[in-house]
Design a protein around this ligand. Sequence first.
Ligand code: ADP
Ligand code: MG
Length: 582
Amino acid sequence: MSRVRLLSDTLASQVAAGEVIERPASVVKELVENSIDAEARSIEVMIRRGGISLIRVTDDGIGMDRDDALLCLERHATSKIRTAADLVTVATLGFRGEALPSIASISRFRLTTREKEAVAGTEVLVAGGRIETVRDGGEAPGTQIEVRSLFYNLPARRKFLRSENTETRNIEHQLNLQAIGHPDIAFSLVRDERVVFQLPATKALRDRIRDLMGSELVARLLEVEPAKTKLRVSGFIGQAGVSRASRAQQFVFVNGRAIESPVIGAALKEGYHTALMKGQFPVTFLFVELDPAEVDVNVHPAKREVRFRDPAGVREAVVAAIRRTLESDRRSWQEQFRAPAAGDVPFVRPTHAIKASNDDAQPGFPIEMRAPAVTDNRFEPNEERRPVAEHQFRILGILNKLYVLMENAEGLVLVDQHAAHERILFEELRRRMEEKGVPSQRLLLPQVIELAPRDAEWIERNLATLQKMGLGVEEFGRHTFKLESLPPFLSGAEPGRLLQDVIDSLKSASNSSSPLRLGEEMIAKTVCRHAVKANDLLRQPEVEKLIRDLLECELPYCCPHGRPTMIQISLGELEKKFGRKV
Ligand code: ADP
Ligand code: MG
């Protein structure tokens, strides 16, 4: 008895919808992408009850004639590709011809559309995939699609929906992606009859980000430095020290398509390296453009992922772009704010301090080290209370044996002594490593250490790097090594444990990193324990030196793990706290 049967079109669409349409946000994504492909200049989205009760997307794009309005609801109907060759170079966001029939098969669906020159438009009503009404309609040129009662005929699916708030957040995120990817299109979102945002079209990505995310974030973004490579990386990234606990503000576009890419995600992390705290994610609005033949966009039903032909090349280009941008930011502020006449007086740009306030900082604050009288290791209040001139810092004292309190024209600056010392040590060791290697001290008793085979293999591969780091390790038989010398700052450590520590903490990081990277990683992970302990009471000249050294660092505003070294609390913020200002 034969058992194989063809699925009905409706059922086939519902099955396809299972992949393409996971939740209301997927509907929004597909409809908005269609509007973008239809050359819309303005896209309005309205949702009710997290998109479950209603999603309506209205555009002013090219519209469709009656035939197309009916055909677009068939499976595999698309105007965007014709041949397999087109698929290789596809420049539109859509190409699968699956979204509209899928959505129409799992909702109560209404399409109205009109071409610009047409006398009349078309209205099509569909329920659960069955066309119920076709008539003249469609007022303004463009297309409007209404999706009501999503999953009404798939109760199992409906059960998987999250709360209305969660679904709304997903929709908002989806629209953020589209809006950032297409600043030249006006977007609006209305949620339960309230306007969430209304974004005017703009040529400048920066303006779009500001309209969406606020000027405080924009003030802390850097424009990606261009490079002459085949693969173009552009957009904006957060300054060192700007990060989030999730990927929610990690926007990545490949050839204009918002995607999630482990390759690029890893590259971002590597690019930021020590400017990022563990478990934190960088803030990026990154656009990667490359020859369409170099990426396969047809690997994910929701087109959320892509496959690169040369992932290593993409990774390299992104890492280089991030490093170049962070580096040039550091150079530019050093040049800009370093006063040649002031000799050794260092400067800091306080926008880099992680600000506790919303007030915008002014750039350029040289440090002033007026030595307050010192007695008994403690800071006396400064006698001469001259007002702090613009561009100057004055050390006020130490809080809780840990935080250096400073005053500048803007208000209060707190420096975490421990984090500051870590940053200074880190950069010093890295410099030495890059130059001629970290000096090494011979151990009185060389240690012979036997390692697990996998660890032994790792050590063998990285011997040169370890030696540059001042770890005198040599092979001494099968899986056995002799440790003869250590850098002075590790002299207190127990050599066997230390080597195992180094292996454990670096093994995972080292798969693809360069020797220099590995060295950096190792310094970051070891200096921590050797930096000034939080409650070491520093004498005043030591504090001054600490602050000077910190401000001389390449990245003074965060420790090697990306935690902030300084925080600015503005006078405005204090005034608010004391109720002087409302
Ligand atoms: P795809 O986008 O992969 O082609 P869809 O099912 O999303 O498949 O859409 C099918 C076709 O319907 C599109 O190729 C396009 O020609 C037409 N279409 C869909 N939405 C719009 C719109 N907003 N404006 C004009 N045409 C549209
Ligand atoms: Mg589409």
